[in-house]
Design a protein around this ligand. Structure first.
Ligand SMILES: [Zn+2]
Length: 185
């Protein structure tokens, strides 16, 4: 059995029958598989949703807080994971509300892209990937952005940025998504 690379996921036992997993060559890929039952750990990308909110040619970004699992204090589009049985638009509405205090009026699917997480440094290989479903979101009117309520340990700050003055540290390939959107305007 080949050795596990440092970036690979630390799962050791079959979740169905508790047998120790081994690498097996399946469809030209090395995958962790159970030698006893049919379980194969494919490590498929996890779907996430993100909100692209543009007002007066400015884009809404959140600064990730100290409790963020990855990319602490990086800026990003608001968004996150989808709960079990949750519809994508519901997840979008929930994450937007939790992370910014903003309310969604309307949304439509804009784009989807692959995110490669790099918890051990920006240019290292990663154990996890996501598919980010990006929605173009129309927000309900914001009277005063400083009065919006969100958990400061999850979101350190929120702000609207013009496309030519985006912050330096932007996570999840969201800079490219924003540029792509403004190029088409
Ligand atoms: Zn098994």
């Amino acid at each position: 059995m080949r050795k596990r690379a440092a970036f690979e996921i630390n799962y050791f036992y079959c979740p169905s029958c508790k047998t120790k997993l081994e690498f097996r060559r399946v469809e030209k890929k090395d995958v962790l598989a159970c030698p006893k039952c049919s379980f194969i750990f494919w490590n498929n990308p996890k779907p996430v949703v993100s909100a692209l909110c543009v007002q007066d040619s400015k884009v809404l970004l959140i600064k990730r807080g100290r409790k963020s699992g990855s990319y602490k204090y990086y800026w990003a589009l608001p968004g996150g994971m989808i709960d079990y049985l949750e519809k994508t638009e519901k997840a979008l509405d929930r994450e937007l509300s939790e992370e910014t205090g903003c309310k969604m009026e309307d949304c439509q699917i804009y784009d989807a892209h692959l995110i490669v997480y790099s918890p051990r440094g920006l240019h290292k290989k990663s154990a996890y990937t996501s598919i980010d479903i990006v929605y173009l979101v129309k927000l309900k009117k914001i009277n005063d952005i400083s009065l919006l309520k969100y958990d400061p340990s999850e979101t350190a700050n929120i702000a609207f940025f013009p496309v030519d003055k985006l912050p330096k540290k932007i996570a999840f390939g969201h800079r490219e998504i924003i540029y792509k959107f403004f190029r088409k305007q």
